[in-house]
Write a protein that binds this ligand. Sequence first.
Ligand code: MF3
Ligand code: CO
Length: 249
Amino acid sequence: MISIKSKSELQKIRNSGLIVAKTLKYLKSKVKPGITTRQLDLEAANFIKKHNARAAFLNYHGYPGSICASINEEVVHGIPGDRVLLEGDIISLDVGVELAGYFGDSAITVAVGKISDQNKKLIEVTRDALYKAIDVARKDNYLSDIGYAVQSYVEKAGFAVVRDFVGHGIGAKLHEEPQIPNFGKPGNGVKLRPGMVLAIEPMVNLGTWKVEVLGDGWTAVTQDDSCSAHFEHTICITNSKAKILTALN
Ligand code: MF3
Ligand code: CO
């Protein structure tokens, strides 16, 4: 069952989502050649604490970081560590926080210094795919319209959509029903209803869509080591267009 959130619940999710947005903006300003993902994780942990919130990923099913930081061929769930950012890299930053019992979740991919035109295009297409998905996330549309919007846009651009990880409902838990694939046919699944809150998160690869998880049990990488990008917003279905709860304002 997909829960319908009350006004006061939506406000709480927005309060968390705003801290997520501010954290991502802050982290983006820290992304430079020479910094490690562990330093970014520490910056995020301090920033979130300063806002009286809790980093939602830390210890979630044993996850060891406050954020996910995934470089180049790393798709999602990159564990912060000693890897140093190099000029030309791209890095996906995924942040979730809990405040007053409600969660917000968002991700961006950013350039480290100057990057290739191909990586620029990858980032742009992935971000645009998220906004295409948000566009169709409307009352009386179907859940699978979201994945169809992502897949058709991404494949037209010549890139590939990751199948093994999906978006999700969110609210009083980080992961709620439904699962939201970033691929598939339109017109299937439940009808979207005002008050549903969804974390939509397309992951897009330059090469194959196939991924594998490293020996650390978390870090997902592309099978062909091609670069990958990831954008995510927490949104609410309304009577008109969806409201982005992890926007900066
Ligand atoms: N946005 C990702 C997700 O919803 C991040 C989760 S990291 C985890 O799956 F550690 F919490 F799993
Ligand atoms: Co998520």
